[in-house]
Design a protein around this ligand. Sequence first.
Ligand SMILES: Cc1cc2nc3c(=O)[nH]c(=O)nc-3n(C[C@H](O)[C@H](O)[C@H](O)COP(=O)(O)OP(=O)(O)OC[C@H]3O[C@@H](n4cnc5c(N)ncnc54)[C@H](O)[C@@H]3O)c2cc1C
Length: 495
Amino acid sequence: MDAPVVIAGGGPVGLSLALALARYGVRSIVVEPLEEPVRESRALVVWTRTLEIFRDWGIYDAMVEAGTFGTRLEPHEAKTNARLLTVDFTSVIDVVERPGYLLVPQNVTETVLRRLVREHPACDLRTGLSVTAVSQDAGGVRVLVRDSAGVETELTAAFAAGCDGAHGAVRHAVGLTLEGATYPVHVVLSDEILAPDGPDFDTPRIALSSPTLLAAIKYADRSWRILAPQDGEAPDALGDDARAARVRALFGEGVRSTTVWQSRFQIHRRHVPSFGVGRVVLAGDAAHLNSPAGGQGMNSGIQDAANLAWKIAYALRPGYDVARLLESYDAERREMVTDSVERMTNTLTTVGLRTSSRFKARIIAIYSRFLRSRGMQRKASRTLGMLGGRYTKSPLIDSHHPMAGRRIDDVVLDDGTRLNRKRAGNAALVVAGEASYGNAPADAVVIAVTAPPKRWQVRLPAVIVVRPDGCVAAVVEKPTPERVAKAWSQAFALA
Ligand SMILES: Cc1cc2nc3c(=O)[nH]c(=O)nc-3n(C[C@H](O)[C@H](O)[C@H](O)COP(=O)(O)OP(=O)(O)OC[C@H]3O[C@@H](n4cnc5c(N)ncnc54)[C@H](O)[C@@H]3O)c2cc1C
């Protein structure tokens, strides 16, 4: 075999998957046609949960150094500069060590990820190559790749991952299509650099006077992403006049800017009926397409990689049920994409892009009032930060307990450290109270929590089985060594 895993696509998701696999000691080859990362800013926000995953992979510092970290989100009305509402991510400091988000344009994200992949001995990034076909049998996969001169070679691997974006060749090769809907609205995105001699502005900005949604978010010094939905094709939407009108509505008369890049496109709510076939799996835009409202597209793709990587690592070891591990990847990520990502992006898209400014202003006023309560602040931070959601349909999860299928809270332990720092991307047995669990599996970190938070609803003593991706697989109350071993066996698909 050329490598245990061949990854088609070196976008943010393919590169993340390579780094995640490397974290679990698995070598991969990444096949990518483009010699350089994309030039457009595309996805701008890396949310709390994705940052937490980066920490598990040991790449948090490199990513955070490349962007601007924020703990508060405070949209301002463009005309009056009034603050419309505040989401304060520090409201969830008890369950996540670094609550907040990172503003970083996708071209920078990809540049950093490429560098990290190139530096890691377990990752082999091969640019100038495209995947053209994939075939498989019970023992492995064959991936046909073509270079720019048309020369074809075959790579063999135990698994292939299609991270090759919306028009993915791998998805096509396994006969899957992105099913769902396309919104009857086009979106214009543009990146503008404001003239250096002009004023600075609060970010993000929403022009509530605009008939639909017109918003701007600052992603670097004087650099702004503008988002404007258009009903129908609006042929002149990319023209100078339309562009100048958008800048005027968002920043006021007389503000000059240079357009770095702009594009108009349709937005979708689509996903594949299965996140893989046999030993070929799909992740990121190859598996699901979402509206940019809420900035969840790239984040959910990276979270696919976090869910998949440890499963492939276990599937490569003897004694684990490969089919069940991959079945769980499909069940879990499809549930998360349909129940959380699509629901949230759809609500934001429907309210934000397709309702009148008066209605929007009322909704914002209602939310602003709600957000005065600490409970609502926590809820908003968890939802936006992608810390919520639950896997309920997975063969690896014993969902009897309300904690099972959820991300484990990163609580402060008795010695002052955080649970996730101690876990460091490994599987764990979290022991609550005086519990008996026998011999811990070799790959488990054992973490004692003497007084678990009330919201865990755990009756002491208990042993909580946590997977490498930070998801609770089972809560064993009244534990015995046999019951803990059984729960572990289900969580990791021991054959
Ligand atoms: C204009 C635009 C604006 C966007 N704005 C936002 C935003 O504001 N917020 C947000 O969250 N998301 C946004 N997105 C979506 C976000 O960019 C994607 O969700 C994200 O890029 C998905 O990453 P990916 O790695 O799955 O796919 P991609 O980024 O599409 O990467 C796929 C990679 O596969 C490669 N590839 C293609 N074909 C092959 C092949 N045959 N063989 C091998 N490799 C192949 C491509 O060259 C590419 O590098 C935007 C997208 C676009 C196009």
